[in-house]
Design a binder for this molecule. Structure first.
Ligand code: WTA
Length: 637
């Protein structure tokens, strides 16, 4: 066994699970004791879901970077912590050993200090997938600043909204980012965002693409210049700031059913313990394995399973700058063979898109280093599961289907590679410490097996969301008030005869497009910003590659009559307001939307129309004007 808390058999899983339910405090205390604490906790868990108030390892003092870096230096100093593969296969890759990563983090932590960043300050990070992104994240954690990473695909407006919400006075960015054949001018997007955010005091800019940038005097500084200053100071050490177990570690914004994204807050100790524990157990990581998670660090998957979980375990983690289909659709497979990757963790949408290229891109690829495959982000359809199993895993690598959320911090329901069986399209069993419960719409528990319901969790686990930044009430109403004394996930779920869980998708107005969560209300708000739009309603529909596509019904009274141009304008508006990821796939112009007498849009009907199930519209008699529906059906695209 490689880690003292590594589960090595099905029986051991069952025992661990049992103990985690009967003695949660003892269970988590044992695991937490394998981490480095400046001061041990006084109380393992204090909680109530009413407020909610959840405190893990209360009174404990620590710094997560001492656990991810310092404590590995003696044994793993010369071992690779990060392997970075650039966008272009022609460019040189980079390897950072634990010692090198430690040095860079300490150095950049000093850069942050020189720029007056203090414990508790919010630092927004908007960068491409370069090793310095991980360095920036860890440097914040080292000095106790709260990082808020924003995915490089978000627009200036989205960034501004997040900066304002978090009142972030510091920004770390790059001149630009490479993604496939595109070059994205990140700094210029930041400049647009900052027009609305005069409170931002410092912008630190890393050189990556040499895209021309404008540097504002007094506000903007180059990463490289700042590092040089630290070097001339003789590269002083940067002792890790002692943090309370429950001090915030980061904010990560995510979409919900209302218009405004919310800042999910995770805290230091519980997040550290849970991400490391789940990383080791779900993927069955063995020292020396190379772990390749293809997510972007801008999403929770990248936070937990590129950065914190793997580094907490002293693992070797890959950062890939590019995209799976450039220069060709064999890019992932080339990387797997080049570095002899052992664990590949990706999203169903990527698998489906690569499936579409046939087996050609797999020609000449061995893929024989792979031992574990993983998926995350959305339900995986059986066809994609089998393709992954047959052509990538060669039927010898277990596939872990990991269900979790930004709010859960780490993997909640999943098989454990080679330990508990995988079932196509099932996340299967809860991890130790996770107590799922299915309830009906009134919150009454649905007991027994072979049943479906709304998925809730009835007991806290260490990496549960603590609050939504600046608005605790929103956290309460969104997650803890739908049903009494439970955390509500927003997902629907089926439990089969054997007690395995199968996630069936969101039950709220949140779409899952290519594994990205997008609230319909957010897209509607963006569409409604267009001057010609009177009203809109957005629903999801099944999409072969993205899982769900975005279908917008729009009442339009714009000036020019060309529908195609109007559609383009609306799409551009959404790109500007949110980012290209939220662009509608289909826009249908309608004269009216189906509304109840009380003025509520009947989304159920629109969803059925978008899905092409016109004969299953159900009862339309409660509509103010049932005739509207026929018009919409006729105009369907
Ligand atoms: C969905 C991503 C089915 C689910 C880690 C959840 C999944 C939302 C799976 C969270 C899975 C994630 N099977 N559905 N294995 N993993 N989901 O916050 O609807 O970006 O609520 O976190 O993705 O998305 P988020």
């Amino acid at each position: 066994m490689s880690y003292p808390y590594q589960i090595s058999s099905k029986e051991a899983y069952q025992q661990a699970y049992q103990r985690s339910v009967t003695d949660p405090e003892g269970f988590w205390a044992d695991i937490a004791s394998h981490f480095f604490w400046r001061k041990r906790w006084d109380k393992v868990l204090e909680w109530n879901f009413k407020e909610p108030k959840i405190e893990w390892f209360k009174g404990g003092k620590l710094n997560i970077t001492e656990n991810c870096l310092d404590r590995h230096l003696g044994t793993l100093g010369n071992k690779p912590a990060i392997i970075w593969e650039p966008n272009s296969p022609e460019d040189d890759h980079r390897v950072l050993t634990y010692r090198e990563l430690y040095n860079k983090v300490v150095q950049f932590a000093n850069v942050l200090k020189n720029n007056n960043v203090k414990k508790g300050d919010r630092v927004c990070i908007y960068m491409g997938m370069v090793p310095e992104l991980a360095v920036a994240v860890l440097a914040c954690a080292r000095i106790g600043a709260i990082h808020s990473v924003i995915f490089g695909g978000f627009s200036a407006q989205s960034i501004a909204d997040r900066l304002i919400d978090a009142n972030a006075e510091f920004v770390i960015t790059c001149d630009g980012a490479y993604r496939g054949n595109k070059e994205i001018a990140l700094k210029s997007v930041i400049d647009d965002a900052l027009v609305q955010c005069r409170f931002v005091k410092k912008v630190i800019v890393l050189t990556r693409t040499r895209t021309p940038v404008s540097m504002i005097k007094g506000r903007d500084v180059w990463w490289e210049d700042e590092v040089r200053k630290v070097e001339t100071q003789g590269n002083p050490d940067c002792p890790a700031v002692e943090m309370d177990a429950e001090d915030p570690l980061f904010i990560l914004y995510t979409s919900g059913s209302t218009g405004k994204p919310k800042g999910v807050v995770h805290t230091v100790a519980g997040y550290m313990v849970y991400t490391t524990y789940s990383f080791v157990n779900v993927f069955q990581y063995k020292p020396g394995d190379i772990h390749f998670c293809t997510a972007d660090i801008g999403w929770i998957t990248g936070h937990s399973y590129i950065v914190y979980g793997p580094l907490g375990a002293g693992a070797t983690t890959m950062i890939f700058e590019g995209v799976p289909t450039w220069p060709d659709a064999g890019r992932f497979w080339e990387i797997v063979d080049k570095y002899r990757v052992n664990i590949l963790y990706t999203a169903p949408t990527a698998i489906r898109s690569l499936m579409g290229f046939g087996l050609g891109p797999l020609q000449g690829r061995k893929l024989d280093s792979l031992t574990v495959l993983g998926t995350v982000g959305e339900p995986i359809n059986e066809e994609a599961w089998h393709w992954y199993d047959e052509h990538i895993g060669k039927k010898k690598s277990p596939i872990v289907d990991t269900w979790w959320q930004t709010e859960t911090g780490g993997i909640m329901i999943s098989n454990m590679a080679g330990i508990t069986p995988g079932i196509p399209s099932y996340a299967t069993l809860p991890l130790p410490g996770v107590q799922p419960i299915l309830v009906d719409d009134r919150g009454v528990e649905i007991e027994g097996n072979d049943v479906s319901g709304n998925l809730c969790i009835k007991f806290p686990w260490p990496s549960i969301i603590r609050t939504t930044y600046g608005d605790h009430e929103r956290c309460r109403t969104t997650y803890f008030a739908t049903y009494d004394d439970m955390y509500f996930t927003g997902d629907g779920c089926y439990r089969d005869a054997e007690g395995n869980y199968r996630i069936t998708g969101r039950v709220d107005d949140v779409l899952n497009v290519s594994g990205h969560r997008i609230g319909t209300a957010e897209v509607e708000n963006a569409i409604n910003m267009h001057a010609g739009v009177v009203e809109s309603a957005v629903v999801g529909y099944p999409h072969d590659i993205k899982g769900q596509g975005i279908y917008a019904f729009v009442i339009f009274q714009g000036s020019h009559g060309d529908e195609k141009l109007n559609r383009q304008d609306i799409t551009l508006t959404v790109s500007r307001i949110i980012g290209p990821i939220a662009k509608p796939d289909k826009i249908q112009f309608v004269n009216a939307l189906p509304k109840t007498r009380s003025g509520k849009i009947m989304r159920r009907i629109l969803r059925k129309i978008a899905e092409g199930e016109m004969d299953k519209l159900g009862d339309t008699s409660t509509l103010l004007d049932p005739g509207v529906v026929d018009d919409i059906k006729d105009g369907r695209i």
